[in-house]
Design a protein around this ligand. Structure first.
Ligand SMILES: Cc1cc2nc3c(=O)[nH]c(=O)nc-3n(C[C@H](O)[C@H](O)[C@H](O)COP(=O)(O)OP(=O)(O)OC[C@H]3O[C@@H](n4cnc5c(N)ncnc54)[C@H](O)[C@@H]3O)c2cc1C
Length: 298
């Protein structure tokens, strides 16, 4: 008896769940393995998804997605994949091997910010990371950018599209080029060379930022911009998948297959914009082509 899965999905965030739901509905034998550390478990409110005018949390999407994937027949397992062998055996931390005919990497990226008290509680509610997603939320409101060097400065300038009053805390202290300093002046961004020690909030609604030296700034909105977000797992690259210089995987634009036959990638780990909606689209597209491939229509 063949004990192989038709597909093992590594990563059970938005992209993995979407693919899991669809592959289950195609009636393939699917296993999703997830270590539970996704960006989708950090965001308390996504504001830009069709059908959710009042927003939806990542946790809610994940909980509902797990139920949906399971009811379509996908198996879901908590665990961390530590190796993927060239003969398509996926190995978890517990040393358990899972043979499979195809693999989908939906492992996402790791959000980089320092462990300042209050940040995590505010993410998506009053503290944001992505101007494309949440620039709109600060329209006309005084906003702090807490970041490091050029990455934070770039964010501060970008946010001027939505708000006149931007204050940049260069928390990380990396130097700013003369050109960047000029841009910040030109856009009337106030720069504070100070470390932030606390995000004071009430139930995730930011009330003030405390900086070193006893300085307290009353403010209701903030963005983080530390740069250097990294992919969560380099297992696909180790297997031989092509990636850009930051480790994001390169896939066929239509099928989402990597350069390795039988290996797909979807969501933030791929080299493109990093949105929930993109991750869902990728997961769906990958599932369609994994299905075609499994049926032999390559
Ligand atoms: C604060 C914040 C706000 C955001 N706001 C918005 C927004 O408003 N709108 C929007 O569209 N997007 C937003 N995003 C981006 C959005 O969360 C991501 O685009 C989305 O989560 C990508 O989904 P994904 O499935 O690719 O990755 P993730 O959701 O990160 O899931 C990846 C999963 O893979 C698992 N994994 C990784 N490596 C392994 C391994 N070796 N073994 C097993 N499991 C593994 C992780 O534990 C994780 O659960 C926001 C992100 C953050 C952090």
């Amino acid at each position: 008896m063949d004990l192989s899965y038709d597909c093992v999905i590594i990563g059970g965030g938005i992209a993995g769940l979407q693919a899991g739901i669809m592959l289950g509905r195609y009636r393939h034998r699917v296993l999703m393995i997830d270590s539970g550390r996704g960006r989708s478990s950090l965001c308390h409110r996504y504001n830009n998804i069709v059908g959710f005018p009042d927003g939806v949390s990542g946790r809610q999407l994940r909980q509902d997605g797990i139920k949906q994937a399971q009811s379509s027949g996908a198996e879901i397992m908590e665990g961390k994949v530590i190796d993927v062998h060239s003969n398509f055996i996926v190995e978890t931390e517990e040393g358990k091997p899972f043979p499979t005919r195809s693999i989908l990497f939906a492992t996402g990226i790791e959000e980089k910010f320092p462990p300042i008290p209050g940040i995590k509680e505010c993410l998506g509610l009053s503290v944001y990371v992505c101007p494309d997603c949440d620039g709109y939320e600060i329209t006309g409101k005084k906003t702090a950018v807490v970041g490091n060097g050029e990455a934070g400065a770039q964010m501060a300038v970008t946010l001027k599209d939505w708000s006149e009053e931007i204050i940049y805390f260069n928390h990380g202290g990396a130097p700013l080029s003369l050109e960047t300093q000029g841009k910040l002046r030109e856009h009337r961004v106030l720069v504070q060379q100070a470390k932030v020690i606390e995000f004071e909030h009430h139930r995730g609604v930011l009330e003030a930022i405390h900086a070193e030296g006893g300085h307290r700034l009353e403010i209701g909105k903030a963005f983080l911009a530390f740069g250097g977000n990294r992919i969560q797992s380099d297992l696909a690259v180790k297997l031989g998948a092509e990636a850009n210089d930051k480790g994001h995987l390169l896939v066929h634009p239509r099928t989402k297959m990597t350069n390795i036959e039988g290996v797909w990638a979807a969501g933030d780990v791929v080299d493109h914009t990093q949105f929930v909606t993109t991750a869902m689209g990728d997961g769906a597209q990958a599932a369609v082509w994994i299905h075609k491939w499994l049926k032999g229509a390559r």
